[in-house]
Ligand binder design. Structure first.
Ligand SMILES: [Zn+2]
Length: 455
């Protein structure tokens, strides 16, 4: 008790002295930090490409205010010959086509299929790779995608025990660079998830999937995911012989909406896809069960199609039959006016290609389907911002929006393969890649520089 009293007195004295000196200290900090925290940046674009309208305007400047305290870089003005403050940093991209960042609307950053050791069976991946090693993988794969120009990724599950949330928070708090993440937490499915369990070890479904068979379990699973940081809800609609009913899928939609979230549905059978469309899911993922009849419903209801269209290539295992069907169905969806996004599921280790390069390989399918290059760019950008529900915050190059920019020497509206030449990437107003070299030290901090926020 005596010790307590002495400590109380000491604490009181300390507090009093702090109060006496507080105003001067705060003022000194404010005066000293204000200029350190704010940096004005002017990007001089040879052409500014607007994928939404399919236009490229020559000689545009983009003025950005970067705040190193909040991690935000906001576009202040766009135009010709802007007036800028004296100490503005100039970035000369006068020989480049500048546009907003790319979006992959379906990947799993914390999952990597590998021949060695698990023979490309991801059931074994989940048994052999811990969540911590998968979290570190997800930082690496996200970093690689950002280097190829992907500033937004919808990360739809298969990340162990919320490695996706951990990465999203690490990026948002300022520990590491990475794309803006719309993550789903754990995939919710009927008993067994996407696995073929054995009774001896049926608990191995978790944490890769959350079993939810009844209405109560569905509500709990959704709330659990949201509590642990999910920005979108991912449901495996028909991964087992007992697909969810339309009413159950409607429950997914309403319960997710209760927390302002949308529902993305893995579909693999025509019946499952039909039920998911009828229930009004936000997006349907994977093209294998999609056909003209479903496309007509999706177009009418405005449901996003995230087809994850793997191209036929030396590194892929796409059969001729699959390939022909894939291209025909993608073309049909395009012709019927279905809302399309670029989505890959590019979660495998291909030696000699990084994850960003692998992601860009998927453009081949869109070219093979005969979709105009300007529309492919719009699908990879404008549509990606919309499915991510970020279109009023980041993506488009507009005043008041976050400064996520990419640049390349050729015009991607005329030749989408220009994306392979992306040699400049800016994220949140900070340069991540310049002259083809990734130099990200400004993104790393030894603490939560932008604030500790466990959302
Ligand atoms: Zn997937």
């Amino acid at each position: 008790m005596r010790t307590y009293c002495l400590r109380t007195i000491a604490t009181t004295l300390l507090l009093l002295s702090a109060i006496v000196f507080l105003p001067a200290t705060v003022n000194a900090q404010a005066a000293g930090k204000a200029s350190d925290d704010i940096q004005m940046v002017l990007v001089q674009a040879g052409h500014l490409v607007d994928p939404a309208s399919g236009t490229a305007t020559p000689d545009q400047e983009i003025l950005i205010e970067r705040n190193n305290r909040t991690g935000r870089g906001i576009i202040q003005a766009i135009g010709e010959n802007l007036e800028v403050p004296a100490d503005t940093e100039i970035i000369d991209l006068s020989g480049h086509y500048v546009t907003g960042g790319l979006v992959d609307a379906h990947d799993h950053l914390g999952l990597t299929y590998k021949e060695d050791p698990e023979s490309n069976k991801y059931y074994f991946t989940t048994l052999m790779d811990s969540t911590p090693i998968r979290a570190i993988q997800s930082f690496s794969t996200g970093f690689q995608k950002l280097a190829s120009g992907f500033t937004i990724v919808r990360d739809l599950g298969n990340n162990g025990l919320y490695a996706d949330t951990a990465l999203r928070r690490a990026i948002e708090q300022g520990w590491v660079p990475g794309p803006t993440m719309i993550n789903s937490g754990i995939i919710i499915g009927a008993f067994g998830g996407q696995f073929s369990e054995i009774p001896e070890r049926e608990e191995t479904v978790y944490p890769e999937y959350l079993n939810a068979d009844t209405d109560d379990e569905i509500v709990k699973a959704i709330r659990r995911n949201i509590h642990y940081g999910a920005r979108v809800i991912k449901v495996c609609v028909d991964c087992q012989a007992y697909p969810y009913t339309v009413d159950q899928l409607k429950l997914f939609v309403s319960e997710a909406a209760n927390a302002g979230r949308k529902v993305s549905g893995h579909v693999q059978t025509p019946e499952g896809a039909r039920r998911a469309a009828e229930a009004g899911l936000w997006s349907l993922d994977h093209d294998r069960a999609m056909d003209p009849e479903l496309h007509a419903i999706m177009a009418k209801k405005g449901i996003w199609r995230a087809g994850t269209e793997t191209p036929k290539a030396a590194w892929s295992r796409v059969s001729d039959e699959e390939w022909e069907r894939r291209i025909a169905m993608l073309r049909d969806a395009y012709d019927q006016g279905v809302k399309l996004v670029f989505s890959t599921d590019a979660d495998y280790f291909i030696r000699g290609m990084d994850r960003g390069e692998l992601t860009l390989e998927f453009v081949k399918t869109w070219k093979a389907a005969g979709i105009p290059h300007a529309d492919i760019l719009k699908i990879m950008t404008t549509h990606g911002y919309e499915i991510s529900e970020l279109e009023n915050e980041r993506g488009p190059i507009k005043e008041g929006f976050m400064a996520d920019l990419i640049a390349m020497p050729e015009n991607p509206l005329e030749n989408i393969d220009a994306l392979h030449g992306i040699d400049f990437v800016m994220k949140d107003g900070l340069v991540f890649k310049r002259d083809g070299v990734v130099a990200p030290m400004d993104f790393f901090h030894n603490g939560p520089a932008y604030g500790w926020d466990k959302k």
